[in-house]
Ligand binder design. Structure first.
Ligand code: GLA
Length: 402
């Protein structure tokens, strides 16, 4: 058996060599990235196109000063609008007014703080904000990104005409790997071509499962131009059903970046948003202004017990295990055999919600320790079920450990 396997491996290497390709070797470059869901900050949700060197550096400082780095946030990602044109060699040009020292200087600064640097581009001819896209320049851009010290690329899907999503993303992954630098690939295709079915295979580390999030609790709404649709937290949540089996270490479903602290929801709702993203093993990419956070917002984003659920080494995505009208129970299997549980009240009034052990995959008679991850309190040993009163639009989040 061993001999057959090693013969096969030798044959594969030989074929690769003869073909002049080293895609296999290149893929090793990005192996082992994002073994837990990426954590960081991104400019889009709060700042849109209003990005600049000063703001990004200030935000990187704030990641440190606010304790976000200590809580696990590491990527500082510039979204759309850093780029303005291509030069006569076809190289991408950063906005010289907004980034007067160029992108490498920004990357160097971020790295000097022990953080990692992310940028954004698009698989099509233009980005969603109409800036130059990556189409036809994948390898050229990848070399440029590597030279700037880029660690994370979010690759969008605007202006892609008849392009095939799977091969477009495979192409940029191959280009990134050929640069020799390990770069996380964030596929931003909005779920249209079901990227959970092929994202891992093409070397994506995370893939958006939906259209854009908006800083809102409720469902879907049309954009001002009449196109469909922006998603509130609950609309995004409902689009994650059926997807957990596609997530795991190195390859995650991405229900979009966090809106915590951007002002459109109250703190109860932001706690729910954050807890649910953690149960979903979602990338935790903050999208608020970290330079002047209220203590309430800071405490949500840096709750290490909730973050530990998101970052659990086994990499299971949680799922909804019980529904009673507006009341839901979500459960995530943890590495130590325990469960993280979110009791979610979507309704307009406080309600009691129970998580039954059978719904968590435990025998009813099992005695298990319950700990409240927002109160930071052990609630003792319980059998059969755990019940709590949950405020309107709120959650109670616990771990249950046999
Ligand atoms: C798309 C993406 C967003 C953001 C914008 C930038 O809408 O889904 O997350 O990157 O483009 O233009």
């Amino acid at each position: 058996m061993k001999t057959i396997r090693s013969l096969f491996a030798t044959a594969c290497l030989a074929v690769g060599f003869l073909a002049g390709g080293n895609a296999q070797d290149n893929a090793v470059v990005s192996a082992g990235l994002a073994l837990t869901p990426p954590m960081g900050w991104n400019s889009w949700n709060k700042f849109g196109c209003n990005v600049s060197e000063d703001m990004i550096k200030g935000m990187a400082d704030a990641v440190l000063k606010s304790g976000m780095k200590d809580a696990g946030y590491v990527y500082v990602n510039i979204d759309d609008c850093w780029q303005v044109s291509r030069d006569d060699k076809g190289d991408i040009v950063a906005d010289p007014q907004r980034f007067p020292h160029g992108m490498k200087a920004v990357g160097d600064y971020i790295h000097s703080l022990g953080l990692k640097f992310g940028v954004y581009s698009d698989a099509g001819s233009k980005t969603c904000a109409g800036r130059p896209g990556g189409l036809g320049h994948e390898y050229q851009d990848a070399i440029q990104y590597a030279a700037w010290g880029v660690d994370y690329l979010k690759y969008d899907w605007c202006h892609t005409s008849t392009q095939d999503a799977q091969s477009s993303y495979a192409n940029i992954r191959a280009a990134l790997d050929a640069s020799g630098r390990p770069i996380v690939l964030s596929i931003c295709e909005w779920g249209t071509a079901k990227p959970w079915l092929w994202g891992k295979q093409v070397g994506g580390n995370l893939w958006r499962t939906t259209g854009d999030i908006q800083d809102r609790w409720g469902g879907q709404q049309k954009w001002p131009d009449g196109s469909c649709c922006s998603n509130g937290v609950l609309a995004i949540l409902d689009q994650q059903l059926g997807l957990p089996s596609y997530a795991g270490p190195g390859h995650w479903n991405d229900p979009d970046m966090l809106e915590v602290g951007n002002g459109g929801m109250n703190d109860t709702e932001y706690r729910s948003h954050f807890s649910l993203w953690a149960i979903l093993a979602a990338p935790l990419i903050a999208g608020n202004d970290l330079r002047n956070m209220r203590p309430g917002i800071h405490d949500i984003l840096t709750n290490k017990e909730v973050i530990a659920v998101d970052q659990d080494a086994a990499g299971h995505e949680g799922e909804r295990v019980a529904t009673h009208g507006d009341l839901e129970v979500w459960s995530k299997q943890l590495d130590d055999g325990g469960r993280a549980v979110v009791l979610l009240n979507r309704g307009g009034a406080e309600q009691e919600i129970a998580a039954r052990w059978e719904d968590l995959g435990y025998p009813a008679g099992l005695s298990a320790s319950v700990r409240d991850l927002w109160e930071h309190k052990d609630l003792g040993k319980v059998s059969g079920k755990f019940s709590a009163r949950v405020p309107s639009h709120g959650v109670v989040m616990v771990t249950v450990k046999p």
